[in-house]
Design a protein around this ligand. Structure first.
Ligand code: SAM
Length: 270
């Protein structure tokens, strides 16, 4: 348990939390602008097929939070008939929020403060969608509690996070090329345990081979639904073949042949 605390920052004091928060916000201010500008990115296609199409069905007028929204691209790219909801984006990076506001004049955008309290009222949202964000935050358990606080009873949380150490083993703060100063994956079991502790009902857990498949797809870009069904089919088969052998730290080549991300869908109780 102590190791878990160290890994996910749940034992950090306020100074450590603030320092981590600003390092990540600054990294995204400086290096991530424009990166999200060309939808659909390959991983957004995965999001659609793995989790949004099956599990994201807001009714007309529902309120949806896109937490860690970057330039607001993840949900804005949905088909028009699936976009009839009130969109709120929250992010720590002021420059990404500025780009998001310019791109999505109908959306509402709020800046995340460094005290970890999400700028939202209790039970404000029908859906909270968090795609690739928790692995950048300093104290994961606290953020999960916040998502629970701001979901209405019966509301749905949708997560996608890398599920391995990303080359940064427990306790290491090694600077790694291409990674932000602190990011590290989060084991899927940790997420499901914490959500269960909050008495949320786990609706789905879907590991995905993002990394490997996205690399292969850089050459072959399927742009038809059929092509994508084939990709997801291959991902499913790979998941079946490697079931149960995904480690958090992956040093041997053999360990690297495993899903790199997981989707988790959980509902708040009534
Ligand atoms: C990898 S990007 C994911 C963007 C988007 N959700 C997507 O799927 O394309 C991570 C985002 O999390 C934001 N972020 C990092 N730390 C955060 C925090 N503590 N609170 C809110 N957003 C944060 C970053 O600024 C960045 O926009």
């Amino acid at each position: 348990m102590e190791e878990e605390f160290r890994l996910y920052g749940d034992d950090f004091d306020q100074d450590a939390i603030r320092q981590w928060f600003w390092e990540e916000a600054e990294y995204h201010n400086q290096f991530q602008q424009g990166r999200f500008r060309e939808p659909p990115q390959l991983y957004q296609r995965f999001d659609w097929y793995w989790v949004l199409n099956p599990y994201f069905h807001p009714r007309t007028g529902a309120k949806v939070l896109d937490f860690g929204c970057a330039e607001g691209q993840a949900l804005i790219g949905l088909p028009a008939e699936r976009r009839d909801f009130a969109y709120v984006g929250v992010d720590a990076s002021e420059s990404l929020l500025k780009a998001a506001r310019a791109r999505n004049p109908r959306g509402e955008f709020r800046r995340m403060p460094d005290d970890g309290r999400i700028p939202a009222a209790d039970e404000e949202f029908d859906y909270v969608v968090v795609l690739g964000v928790l692995h950048h935050v300093p104290n994961v358990r606290h953020y999960l509690e916040e998502f629970h606080r701001i979901l209405r009873p019966g509301g749905r949380l949708i997560l996608r996070e890398p599920n391995h150490a990303m080359g940064r083993p427990v306790g290491s703060h090694r600077i790694l090329p291409g990674l932000s100063p602190n990011e590290r994956g989060i084991p899927t079991e940790y997420l499901t345990q914490q959500l269960t502790r909050l008495q949320m009902r786990i609706v789905a857990v879907r590991p995905a081979f993002h990394g490997l498949v996205v690399k292969l797809l850089r050459r072959w870009k399927p742009d038809s639904p059929r092509g994508w069904q084939a990709v997801i089919g291959v991902d499913r088969i790979l998941n079946g073949l490697t079931r149960g052998r995904a480690r958090y730290e992956r040093t041997r080549l053999w360990d690297k042949i495993a899903p790199t991300a997981s989707y988790v869908v959980a509902d708040k109780g009534p």
